[in-house]
Design a protein around this ligand. Structure first.
Ligand SMILES: [Zn+2]
Length: 296
């Protein structure tokens, strides 16, 4: 559907993907097989959702020694060691890190940041040509203009689906041999060992990486919990339509990768009523409040 005065572009231009960025450092010997392995394995992972590989390589991933710049540009100061972004204009992934991350590397954290951004990259993408420059219009379940965001969904769901896919990627590829490097294998083994000692299995499974003695869960915990509540309600209301809750998650995942929202809108509306899809963000918030009140 064309918007007035704009051109919608779904083709991607990878010509700037590998160009060096200011402050970029070269990848260390230990990092090379990890990054190359993740780029390859992600192409295999997304093929399970019917997505074709993108022309990406080691050089599409940029490691930049400037976390302050990331904080300044994004306004996101909830970062400690490193942060990453999918740069839609260049079709690259930029990882910003501190000297701390460089000197005491947490390879699993680096891997999970890159795989999270690769998922954003593989999700449905379209841009608009606005007075000569490209502006991201849709990215996964995210939409630029507020009206669309209200109509379809919000960034909450977009990040929740991204990180839930990342968790599945981790289970299928990062936790299994062949491991990318010795340092990487140690990070994974350490995490998996610590997980075994935790009684609450659901919480244990949500631990993504451990650096020093700090446990870090997969990101966007609250958003993922809201998604889980939505999925639970949809599954409960449509037991004949789905074999399990993963089948419901796959409807979200397909919308995320293909950009086709109608099948998702249908299951949401059969559960929460007519025109409910445009309120899905609000419905997810209400489910969280409802759960909290029940627990009190
Ligand atoms: Zn993200």
């Amino acid at each position: 559907m064309a918007e007035l005065g704009t051109h919608i572009i779904t083709d991607r231009d990878f010509s700037r993907s590998t160009k060096l960025l200011p402050g970029e450092r070269s990848k260390r010997k230990e990092e090379l097989p990890i990054i190359a392995g993740i780029v390859d394995d992600m192409a295999t992972f997304v093929s399970q959702y019917g997505v074709s590989p993108l022309p990406l390589g080691l050089k599409s991933i940029h490691l930049i020694r400037d976390l302050d710049k990331f904080v300044k540009v994004t306004g996101n100061d909830h970062v400690f060691n490193a942060a990453a972004e999918f740069d839609a204009e260049r079709q690259s992934i930029n990882v910003y890190s501190t000297a701390n991350q460089e000197n005491y590397p947490d390879y699993l954290e680096l891997a999970l940041q890159i795989s999270h951004e690769l998922l954003h990259m593989y999700s449905f993408y379209s841009a608009s040509l606005l007075s000569g420059h490209l502006e991201r219009r849709r990215s996964g379940l995210w939409a630029r203009d507020k009206e669309r965001m209200r109509q379809y969904t919000s960034n909450t769901l977009n990040e929740a689906v991204t990180e839930e896919l990342n968790k599945r990627f981790d289970q299928q590829f990062l936790s299994k041999p062949p491991h990318y490097s010795y340092g990487f294998m140690c990070s994974v083994k350490n995490r998996d060992f610590q997980r075994q000692n935790i009684e609450d299995k659901e919480y244990a499974e949500d631990i993504a990486h451990i650096n020093w003695d700090n446990w870090h869960t997969y990101s966007y915990g609250t958003d993922r919990h809201k998604l889980k509540l939505l999925i639970g309600r949809i599954y409960g209301s449509n037991p004949d339509q789905f074999t399990d809750s993963e089948a419901v998650f796959n409807v979200f995942a397909r919308a995320y990768f293909t950009g086709r929202l109608l099948p998702l809108a249908r299951v949401v509306e059969s559960t929460f009523g007519q025109s409910s899809f445009r309120r899905i963000g609000r419905i997810a918030d209400d489910l969280l409040i409802e759960e909290y009140q029940k627990k009190r």
